[in-house]
Design a binder for this molecule. Structure first.
Ligand code: AHM
Ligand code: MG
Length: 341
């Protein structure tokens, strides 16, 4: 991107400008959210730079620790977690942090407390780090009432109560996708400016898609609705052409493609993992929030994903998200199954 080709390009919509503009819609706002977001953006830039240097800096490889889910932790996961915790605490606008990498929630010291709770997966898709495939950071933001004492219950709220959600994808470009509850916008990092520029305004997921995205290696353990749905993707009965299969294994990249091209992304429950794999607070909720804001739907197999009331901070749920019509189809299959029972 050569924004300097035209000197007038200083009118570009950077993410800072975008958030400041949004702020003017709330005259009572003191700019706390803008400050919080600028700290998240700094964290994303830092992790992006570390990811890009990973091979050179010998940051990849196991850190010799396991995280709370018993998975191997890579050095970049550890680093990214530290980056975001520091960025969020130092914003002075957060009170509770929930990270995939930390077993317990972090309660911010009262001297640095603000009203926002941030739930995040600092580096999702870590099995893809060593082979240079896209990975990303996912975050969701709740707000507590000014002056209230923060409690764990503040982060165990349904996803529909989030005030904002987003992800940053570290791929062939670094893209930050954000919703503050009025649509979805995508910003691409211009490395020469060090600024995220609005490149994907008002993202809308196509009403129907031509792609399905799932780990088919788990097929032998799927339930009937998922099995039937995938069968229909491959052998449509209505004479339409079969859908294409795309599965990266990095939720951020798979959801990003789904938002832009349409289709369905799923991580269903199965006999081995009755609650699926993905975590409610910092994977299912933020991605469902973005999908709904982009005009799509997100479903757990039982209900709207954003209606889940989590009991534990690292809870998991099955998830089907994407194009409105595609999700209607899987909902109908689950409804049929329930009617049989
Ligand atoms: P992680 O948080 O340990 O990186 O796991 C989450 C990732 C998601 O990005 C992705 O959708 C999923 O795990 C892929 O799982 P699988 O390898 O079972 O298909
Ligand atoms: Mg993850």
């Amino acid at each position: 991107m050569d924004h300097f080709a035209d000197a007038q390009r200083t009118d570009l919509m950077t993410i800072t400008r975008y958030v400041l503009n949004e702020q003017t819609r709330y005259p009572e706002s003191r700019g706390d959210f803008t400050i919080l977001l600028s700290h998240i953006v700094l964290g994303c830039k830092f992790v992006c730079s570390a990811v890009n240097k990973a091979g050179l800096a010998k940051l990849i490889g196991l850190a010799g620790e396991t995280n709370v889910q018993g998975e191997e932790q890579k050095k970049l996961d550890v680093l990214s977690n530290e980056v975001f915790v520091k960025a969020l605490v130092s914003s002075g606008r957060t009170c509770i942090l929930v990270s995939e990498e930390d077993e317990e929630a972090t309660f911010v010291d009262p001297s640095l407390r603000g009203k926002y709770c941030v739930v995040f997966d600092p580096l999702d898709g870590s099995s893809n780090i060593d082979c240079g495939v896209s990975i990303g950071t996912i975050f969701g933001i709740y707000s507590i009432k000014d002056g209230d004492e923060p409690k764990l219950a503040d982060v165990l709220q349904p996803g529909k109560h989030m005030v904002a959600a987003g992800y940053c994808m570290y791929g062939s470009s670094c893209t930050l996708v954000l919703s503050t509850g009025s649509g979805v916008n995508g910003f691409t990092l211009d490395p020469s400016l060090g600024e995220f520029i609005l490149t994907h305004p008002d993202i809308k997921v196509p009403k129907k898609g031509q792609i399905y995205s799932v780990n088919e290696g788990n097929a032998k353990n799927w339930d009937e609705p998922t099995t039937k749905y995938v069968e229909r993707c491959k052998f449509p009965k209505d004479g339409s052409s079969p859908k294409s299969l795309r599965y990266i294994g990095s939720m951020v990249a798979d959801v990003h493609r789904t938002l832009l091209y349409g289709g369905i992304f799923m991580y269903p429950a199965d006999k081995k993992s009755p609650n699926g794999k993905l975590r409610v607070l910092y994977e299912v909720f933020p991605m469902s929030f973005l999908t709904e804001q982009a005009g799509g739907q997100s479903f757990t197999g039982k209900k709207r994903a954003l209606d889940i009331v989590p009991n534990k901070i690292h809870e998991r749920s099955a998830i089907f998200l994407g194009s409105y019509d595609d999700i209607e189809e899987i909902k109908a299959l689950y409804a049929q199954e329930e009617a049989k029972a």
